[in-house]
Design a protein around this ligand. Structure first.
Ligand code: DGT
Ligand code: CA
Ligand code: CA
Ligand code: ZN
Length: 591
């Protein structure tokens, strides 16, 4: 196959199969199997193709044997004969319409039939036109509301881009904080927690979910439905409500009395796969699980105020939400072998901050001064901070000029340190640089320039499409310089914009481990790179990582917490993360 299929594309294919079966016949078990496989692929923390490469397709818990064999065919040959046969019976436009939020199999099919649209090319545009002239509400069984819904859905497609409207974790996190602050104004809210993918700190979040412990469900729900940024209440009643905000973000909220809150937390944190596995374990013990608690045979439901007690009842330790993806955490909890995950408060510094020092780079400069950065770092409780601006642009400077710029920057830093002794004694300043690894593996500053640096972050910012062996060599060559300690945003992925580069990770891990090089976990919202599944591989290989904010503005230093989330989802402990070391330990490693 010429190009790697993304999980999203594979999931779409599987959803297409589910839809085809739904219309073709009433084989509900097939529909369900494909739908479950699609969800499992969509939520997978690794690339499915990578799993297949490693012979680990079976670790995807929602993918059964027969679908796995079809995926095998897909990766080997680029297509699946059986899929083509089943889906080939339907107009290709139908599968385009399935991408519209709120449009299911039957509606999609009916639209193609009634509007006589078959080709997938231009299918969406033709549907838009039809909706605008009111042709959809003329279809039997379609009301004006469905026309409006489809128009809305179509509008969303545009905004979502190709990949769907999931939010980046840091964005969702800030939204969640706003909601929590708002909900806390209601005196009946005893406790509020983000649930679902937000609580699991997945790199992208579909919708926000919250749980509230309260004895006054009605009042809490009412308060929720009065959220100032609301566009509409999509549903409300009993102990649950769903709203849509003016910027089209869906938020779910569920309430529970405090004495049963533990089960609610557990149930709606998910993941779905984690919960399915837990349910199987419970069933074997004759227990059934729900958001209300645990039912023992014919007895009434037992309630749990905390999640710890809930998990304990099932014979296991409490599992940090970040690990709840059914990738071995349940087994580890049963054996009391869960890792002690790294915490945000253990982070003692940040090595990737762009200051506004006029270094004349070809990429973007930061906006904060060195003094602002060090002061902010101190406020955050850091023992040290590293500035790492982009290197001076090589197209606009001679080697001599670059050396002069770097020398001047070092002088400025030294001067700053001597005139701010007290500040620097509490939060030490390292003078670094983020240097491009050029396509041939060379670094974008002359050798003499390194004399004026404490350390370098080396990163790829161009030519992302090199073949794997060449890309691997490029990285190893870039990391080879003694001052190059950190590989910045290693895969170069941009969430929903660019897939990560493909390297021979074993070689890179091995090199880093032997030469004391550190892989960055960038907290930058569209990067979150290394991605969590690679963090986990790195941990297994004994590679050290460093969590950095890559801040270009002062407030962005606060993104650090999301980088730590990525580390935690990768099962990283304090010992795996280099910037949990104290200043004295770090100093020895850097000099
Ligand atoms: P997202 O929103 O796509 O990023 O992913 P989640 O994991 O937040 O999924 P969501 O919002 O559909 O549901 C929240 C959690 O609730 C999910 O992780 C598992 C749990 N859950 C328990 N029972 C159900 C159920 O019947 N349906 C769904 N969709 N989720 C359930
Ligand atoms: Ca959610
Ligand atoms: Ca939800
Ligand atoms: Zn960069």
């Amino acid at each position: 196959m010429s190009r790697k299929m993304s999980n999203q594309e594979i999931a779409r294919l599987l959803k297409g199969m589910a839809a085809a079966y739904q219309i073709k016949s009433d084989q509900q078990f097939r529909v369900k199997a494909y739908e479950e496989a699609a969800v499992s692929v969509e939520h997978a923390t690794s690339s499915v193709k990578d799993l297949w490469d490693d012979g680990k397709l079976e670790t995807l818990s929602g993918v059964g044997k027969s679908i796995a064999s079809y995926l095998d065919e897909l990766f080997r040959t680029g297509k699946v004969k059986h899929f083509e046969k089943v889906m080939g019976e339907f107009p290709p436009a139908m599968f385009e319409y399935l991408k519209i939020p709120g449009v299911g199999a039957k509606t999609a099919y009916k639209l193609t039939k009634e509007l006589k649209i078959t080709s997938s090319k231009g299918a969406i545009n033709r549907l838009k036109k039809a909706a605008k002239v009111g042709a959809i509400s003329q279809i039997k069984g379609f009301a004006e509301e469905s026309e409006k819904a489809i128009l809305e859905g179509l509008g969303e497609i545009g905004k979502r881009g190709k990949e769907g409207q999931r939010m980046n974790l840091p964005f969702a996190g800030e939204l969640a904080k706003e909601m929590i602050n708002y909900m806390k104004q209601c005196p009946h809210v005893k406790r509020i927690d983000p649930l679902g993918s937000m609580r699991r700190r997945v790199a992208t979040v579909g919708d926000l979910d919250f749980g509230v412990a309260t004895k006054k469900s009605k009042e809490v729900i009412e308060h929720f439905c009065r959220y100032p940024k609301i566009k509409e209440v999509a549903a409300a009643g009993g102990n649950t409500a769903r709203i849509v905000t003016r910027d089209n973000r869906q938020i779910d909220l569920k309430t529970m009395s405090p004495n049963a809150y533990g089960a609610l937390l557990q149930h709606y944190t998910g993941s779905k796969q984690h919960n399915i596995h837990l349910r199987e374990i419970a069933q074997k013990k004759g227990l059934s699980l729900s958001e209300y608690g645990i039912k023992m045979g014919k007895k009434s439901v037992k309630k749990y105020d905390t999640e710890e007690k809930f998990y304990q009842e099932l014979g296991m330790d409490w599992i940090p939400p970040e690990l709840r993806e059914d990738t071995g955490e349940i087994e580890a909890a049963q054996e009391h072998q869960l890792p002690k995950l790294v915490k945000f408060k253990e982070i003692k510094g940040d090595f990737h901050i762009h200051s506004n020092y006029p270094i004349e780079p070809s990429h973007d400069l930061g906006t904060a001064s060195i003094k602002e950065i060090v002061t902010k770092a101190r406020k955050m409780g850091y023992q040290y901070v590293g500035i790492a601006e982009h290197n001076p642009s090589i197209s606009q400077h001679s080697d001599k000029q670059i050396i002069a710029i770097l020398k001047r920057k070092k002088d400025v830093v030294e001067q700053f340190k001597s005139s701010n002794k007290k500040l620097v004694r509490s939060t030490y300043l390292f003078n670094g640089l983020e240097i491009d690894i050029r396509p041939d593996g060379s670094l974008a500053i002359p050798e003499e320039g390194f004399d004026y640096l404490d350390f370098a972050v080396v990163s790829i910012h161009s030519s992302f499409r090199q073949p794997r062996p060449k890309a691997t060599k490029r990285v190893l060559s870039g990391l080879n310089h003694p001052k190059a300690r950190i590989l910045g945003h290693p895969t170069g992925r941009m969430i929903y914009q660019r897939e990560g580069m493909e390297f021979d990770w074993d070689q890179i891990f091995d090199f880093c481990q032997k030469n004391n090089k550190w892989l960055e976990i960038s907290a930058w919202p569209t990067r979150l790179d290394l991605p969590d599944h690679l963090v986990r591989e790195a941990v297994k290989s004994g590679v050290k990582m460093v969590v950095n904010s890559d801040a270009h503005q002062l407030e962005e230093m606060d993104l650090m917490e999301y980088g730590v989330s990525v580390a935690r989802r990768g099962w990283a402990q304090k010992k795996d993360i280099i910037n949990t070391l104290s200043y004295n330990q770090i100093k020895k490693l850097l000099c």
